[in-house]
Write a protein that binds this ligand. Structure first.
Ligand code: PEP
Ligand code: MN
Length: 325
């Protein structure tokens, strides 16, 4: 924001009023071809309506730079997916296995999570694995297993699309199309997914800034997505004690200042099941619209991410404590 002062303004008095509003001055300049002073507001200032700044005595005009991501800025805090409001009055719970392993497995998990207030069944049919020797997902068949399990128990489906090649199949069967961390800036994929007009769960890349994340969301909306829900799944920290570092500062910023729906994934964020409850609570306190949590009936035999999966009874306890707060 750039604030131009009148020639007769008391610059110090204006500055005091701006500071009282939470606006900090990054630079003071003299406008070109004009005698008036200009204040350039620091980026980390509080979000303040420019109209209230224009009313301060001594202010001539206020100019707001053209936004870089106008669509996501305008989207608002609620995205409706198959009749469910993400970012509405109730926390959205997305639960399921890391990988969809068999029709029986996804059926049993859907049956178990549906009575717990879960609205989205999660699970990967296409798995982004660091090693080519690890389980890569069952692909197309797993999508249908997941869709029928979800339909049987009144759940919605969120699942990841890994490549442009699978956008048609995933968008046909999923209610919410997940774009994983490793693909947050795969712009060709973002465009293709945008064209389907489906709502998207956009996971944050491991080292993406909030601005890069918002620009990725802008790609989706620009190309047609009906809404974007952000998902903080932990960024790469310096400390190997936990799998990742859940950036609750970014969650608070996006939820409270940008007013966007953010889901937090404490499973990938911490990599360990005993930290899921405290992180899920912290996420809700920071303003998250809900959580995504991995669960498995027998974590020791899970084909991926066993150490961070909660057993059914553990998930029930975690969700019970989370929603009864
Ligand atoms: C997942 O949710 O299954 C997943 C692979 O997550 P991420 O992209 O956050 O690693
Ligand atoms: Mn996983």
């Amino acid at each position: 924001m750039i604030i131009s002062l009148r020639d007769d303004a008391d610059a110090q008095a204006v500055k005091r009023e701006l500071t009282a509003l939470g606006l900090w001055i990054a630079a003071t300049e003299r406008s070109i071809g004009d005698s008036g002073l200009q204040f350039v507001v620091a980026a980390h200032s509080t979000n303040v309506n420019p109209e209230s700044v224009a009313q301060i005595a001594g202010v001539r005009s206020v100019s707001v730079p053209v936004p870089e991501h106008p669509r996501i800025d305008r989207q608002g805090p609620v995205v409706t997916v198959a009749g469910h409001d993400i970012g509405g009055a109730h926390p959205t719970l997305m639960c399921g296995p890391c990988s969809v392993e068999s029709p029986e497995q996804i059926d049993a998990i859907a049956a178990r999570v549906a009575p717990l207030g879960v609205t989205f069944l999660r699970g990967g049919a296409f798995k982004p694995r660091s090693s080519p020797y690890n389980f890569q997902g069952h692909g197309d068949p797993a999508l249908s297993w997941m869709r029928s399990a979800a339909d049987k128990f009144g759940l919605r489906v969120v699942t990841e699309v890994l490549s442009e090649h699978d956008v048609g199949a995933v968008s046909e069967l999923a209610d919410l199309v997940q774009i994983g961390s490793r693909n947050m800036q795969n712009f060709a994929l973002l465009k293709r997914v945008g064209h389907t007009k489906k709502p998207v769960l956009l996971k944050r890349a491991m080292s993406a800034t909030v601005e890069e994340w918002l620009l990725a969301a802008e790609y989706l909306l620009h190309h047609g997505s009906s809404g974007v829900v952000l998902c903080e799944r932990g960024i790469r920290g310096f400390d190997p004690s936990t799998r990742n570092l859940v950036d609750l500062t970014a969650v608070a910023l996006l939820a409270n200042v940008h007013r966007l729906p953010v889901i937090v994934d404490p499973s990938h964020g911490t990599g360990r099941r005993d930290l899921i409850l405290p992180l899920a609570k912290a996420a809700m306190a920071a303003g998250a619209a809900g959580v995504m949590i991995e669960t498995h009936d027998d974590p020791g035999r899970a084909l991926s991410d066993g150490p961070q999966a909660l057993r059914g009874d553990e998930l029930q306890q975690v969700l019970g404590q989370l929603v009864s707060r």
